[in-house]
Design a protein around this ligand. Structure first.
Ligand code: OGA
Ligand code: ZN
Length: 405
């Protein structure tokens, strides 16, 4: 049987619908054999009707201009044919059929932004002593290994690769396994090294307490990769803190501090001879209440309190409390950064840092890059789509597309 077109690149199992009925407001309610139901609004279903003025078969996108949508559209007749949903739209008089597996994925909430991604797992130093670790060359060579690494990266907000070569291009090579790198005034990839003219505190040998990079941007980079090329300096151990664990602690024990951190705004700015980046936001931005949370924390680029004078003292006290917690060994892990290691982390969730170090008898050289969160999320979804194709028990299966393309 010819299967109805779906507006995406997934192949859905034929989860046959058991029954369909029209409700008085013109929508249709479909029911599967296991009792699961989905109510489909007529305007939403109409937009997703396969064919002209609906889902275009080439782009698989909706080609119905909103101004051409008849807001009076109602479903006047609905029935099940070979398990698919068939409806009549009036007054247009159009009949359309819908793939039951595609409708089922909506009923199951699998169309939602984070549905196909691993659930974040909040951690403290009682759960992790070092980043979850994977073999670097395997991640460069295999999509299964890449998926496993990204799975940990999205769960814990950090994941490490080891045994990589130490050449300059490695960080870009690994980043490109995920997606498009995010450029900035530091370049597409950049060194962290004391022999670079320090327009950033990162290029000194100073301690960097738990922080996030580029809070001075409207959207700070989602993910960061740091690759260790050389490290014979003494000191300079890496640190990581799960910001979500600090939030959990504050919610339970110090809600008034959390309130100040989420509501009082600060202006961050990042400047040199040719740059003047500024953005204003709270230290902890809750986003949509799940992820992405954005932690804005980096004292070298925090410029001004953006709040009335009488609120400033309390806001500084909350900021300092956050600084203690984020650098407290209950939350913060500390580990060696060895040449050939590459640590990826969610720059908006996990606060990274390093100890100060001494380069009189050695060198320390890292290379880094950023990626927007979208790149990591998309790659994870596509890898899962591809890799579940061999597992027929999954609702989804792959299109067989070349995922390296
Ligand atoms: C940075 C940074 C960490 C390190 O460059 O922003 O956090 O270990 N570097 O040097
Ligand atoms: Zn940093």
């Amino acid at each position: 049987m010819h299967q109805p077109l779906t507006p995406d690149y997934y192949h859905y199992e034929w989860t046959a619908i058991n029954s369909a009925f029209c409700s008085h407001d013109g929508s249709v309610v479909v029911t599967w054999h296991d009792g699961k139901q989905l109510e489909c609004h007529p305007l939403w279903l109409r937009e997703n009707a396969p064919g002209p003025g609906g889902i275009d078969p080439r782009s698989k996108e909706n080609d119905l201009n909103i101004v051409d949508l008849n807001l009076e559209t109602r479903i006047t007749k609905a029935f099940v044919q070979n398990g698919a949903l068939i409806v009549h739209f009036q007054p247009e008089g159009r009949q359309a059929s819908f793939h039951p597996g595609w409708l089922r994925h909506v009923a199951d909430g699998k169309h939602k932004t984070f549905a196909l991604l691993p659930q974040p797992q909040v951690w403290t130093s009682a759960d992790l002593i070092e980043p979850p670790t994977h073999d670097g060359p395997s991640v460069l060579a295999s999509d299964e290994a890449l998926a496993d690494w990204l799975d940990d990266l999205l769960k814990y907000g950090l994941a490490r690769l080891i045994r990589l070569p130490t050449a300059n291009e490695i960080v870009e090579l690994v980043g490109n396994r995920i997606g498009v790198l995010r450029d900035s005034n530091f370049g597409l990839t950049w060194h962290v090294s004391v022999d670079i003219d320090p327009n950033s505190t990162a290029n000194t040998n100073a301690e960097l307490p738990a922080h996030s990079d580029l809070p001075s941007r409207e959207t700070p980079p989602g993910f960061q990769l740091l690759h260790c090329q050389k490290n014979t300096a003494s000191g300079g151990m890496s640190t990581m803190t799960d910001g979500l664990a600090v939030v959990d602690h504050l919610e339970t024990n110090e809600p008034e501090v959390l309130e100040l951190l989420t509501s009082r705004q600060w202006t961050f700015f990042n400047r040199d001879e040719s740059q003047d980046h500024r953005w204003t936001g709270p230290i902890i931005d809750k986003g949509d209440g799940r992820v992405p949370w954005t932690f804005r924390a980096f004292h070298p680029v925090r410029g001004f309190p953006a709040m009335p004078e009488e609120e400033i003292s309390d806001a500084y006290a909350a900021l300092q409390r956050f600084g203690y917690l984020a650098n407290w060994d209950k939350f913060q892990i500390r580990y060696e950064f060895t040449p050939g290691d590459l640590v990826a982390f969610d720059n908006r969730r996990v606060l990274h840092g390093r100890e100060s170090f001494d380069t009189t008898a050695g060198v320390r050289r890292l290379r880094g890059t950023y990626l927007d969160s979208d790149e990591v999320y998309s790659r994870m979804r596509v890898l899962r789509r591809h890799l579940t194709s061999s597992n027929s028990s999954n609702t989804f299966s792959a299109t067989g597309a070349n995922i390296n393309a």
